[in-house]
Design a protein. Structure first.
Length: 96
């Protein structure tokens, strides 16, 4: 599991990166927090993000690798709209 989150001040750039993450299979947990079982280095997402941020030294994107155990031990206050097993890639489809 990979947790990606950003601190980007420019609306246009922030929108481009969020759309890129969603288009490549990352699920949004919060406005600037995304999660997926895919390593961004393997599917070239990280390289695309680096190219978008190349001339913006104050903007940041972070990637943290989580073990499945850590991910499944997440503590949530409120409602999580997405199934954790689906997010972890342990389900091939989500029935709503």
């Amino acid at each position: 599991m990979y947790l990606l989150f950003y601190d980007i001040t420019e609306n246009n750039l922030r929108t481009k990166i969020s759309k890129l993450l969603i288009e490549t299979g990352y699920e949004r947990l919060q406005l600037s927090v995304f999660v997926a079982p895919y390593n961004p280095l393997n599917n070239k997402v990280w390289q695309k993000i680096k190219m978008l941020l190349i001339n913006t030294p104050t903007n940041k994107v972070y990637c943290i690798k989580l073990t499945n155990e850590s991910f499944y031990n997440i503590k949530i206050i409120g409602n999580l709209e997405i199934d954790l097993k689906y997010l972890a890639g342990d389900l091939s489809s989500l029935i709503v």
